[in-house]
Ligand binder design. Structure first.
Ligand code: PEP
Ligand code: MN
Length: 332
């Protein structure tokens, strides 16, 4: 349920209303927008007398929310959420380019890519240290050592870093990490989501391979229910019958998620297509569809990459994509 307050609602009356609502054991989520304040009520609201609340002079409207996601719902928070990632803002018109290798492979590799990606316009550096691989015999990532290298790259370039967590027990290693990624395979690892909900770090939540948008939003809700509202949604392609591309990029998820939710939405065209030459057209389409950012895999030697070489761009190719995307952003 949401209670929309009048623009000039007196603070004392507002507090009285909130105290009364809290006595009915509901949690209140306050969204102070430019034009209105929305109180989002979470919990059992069935016993709340909506007519009574609506009759108060500080209340403009009371509405029941039918969707199962509440904190992530745009009705709870009409304005776009803007997340500040160590000085880099995403959402609410702030477009962000995230670039870097699929996996951290060595110091030279990561630093070379990081410096070039930054020059080309990336403001966040990605790189997997813990890698979710289909085969147990494939490269599993440099793990803790990879995280150390990411921190070095962050120090050298000043770029905040994004990297994937696969197990809650690894969280202490993620202290210096700016954005914790939850990969597609872990989107419904609810225990992990609950733990991340207790942190104050921005979480990049990737859509599961066969997950609906509502399931993605419910996973965001798990994180937000714990108190961490800094969730970035990521469309990274879903599994369909198509085989020419690794996944099928659901571009329509961008405007739909942005309509349903106030959270920033980024697109990962690399995993969505699995094909380097598809990354540019899909990046342009995603920007045109209203995405708040892109996450693109960049490697200094894609042919030798230990993971996802075929979908990785060279730094030069990334610079070309970033340049064209900027034209779309300024045209919008
Ligand atoms: C990744 O971003 O490195 C990754 C493994 O992506 P996904 O979880 O979308 O497959
Ligand atoms: Mn990858």
């Amino acid at each position: 349920m949401i209670v929309v307050l009048n623009r000039n609602a007196e603070e004392e009356k507002k507090q009285n209303l909130m105290n009364w609502l809290k006595e009915m054991s509901v949690d209140i989520h306050i969204s102070d927008g430019e034009y209105q304040t929305v109180l989002g009520l979470i919990g059992d609201t069935s016993k709340i007398d909506t007519d009574l609340i609506e009759s108060l002079d500080i209340v403009e409207a009371v509405k029941r929310i039918s969707e199962p996601f509440k904190s992530a719902n745009r009705k709870f928070h009409p304005d776009d959420t803007v997340i500040d990632i160590n000085g880099v803002k995403i959402g609410g018109g702030n477009f962000v380019m995230i670039a870097g290798p699929c996996s951290v492979e060595s110091e030279e590799q990561l630093l070379d890519i990081a410096v070039k990606a930054k020059q080309a316009g990336a403001s966040l550096l990605r790189g997997g240290a813990f890698k979710p691989r289909t085969s147990p015999y494939a490269f599993q990532g440099m793990r803790a050592e990879g995280l150390e290298l990411l921190l070095k790259a962050k120090e050298k370039t000043g770029m905040p870093i994004v990297t994937e967590i696969m197990d809650a027990s690894h969280l202490p290693l993620f202290d210096g990490v700016d954005v914790i990624q939850v990969g597609a395979r872990n989107m419904q690892n609810f225990e992990l989501l609950k733990v991340l909900g207790k942190t104050n770090k921005p979480i990049l939540l990737k859509r599961g391979l066969s997950s609906t948008m509502q399931e993605l939003l419910m996973s965001a809700e798990y994180i937000m229910a714990g108190g961490n509202e800094n969730v970035i949604l990521c469309e990274r392609g879903i599994r369909t019958f198509e085989t020419y591309t690794r996944n099928t990029l659901d571009v329509s998820a961008v405007p739909m998620l942005k309509e349903l939710s106030h959270l920033p939405v980024v697109v990962d065209p690399s995993h969505a297509t699995g094909v380097a030459r598809m990354v540019k057209p899909m990046s342009l389409a995603s920007a045109a569809a209203g995405a708040d950012g892109l996450m693109i895999e960049v490697h200094n030697n894609p042919a030798k990459a230990l993971c996802d070489g075929p979908q990785s761009l060279t730094p030069e190719q990334f610079a070309d994509v970033a340049n064209s995307v900027n034209k779309i952003i300024s045209a919008l």
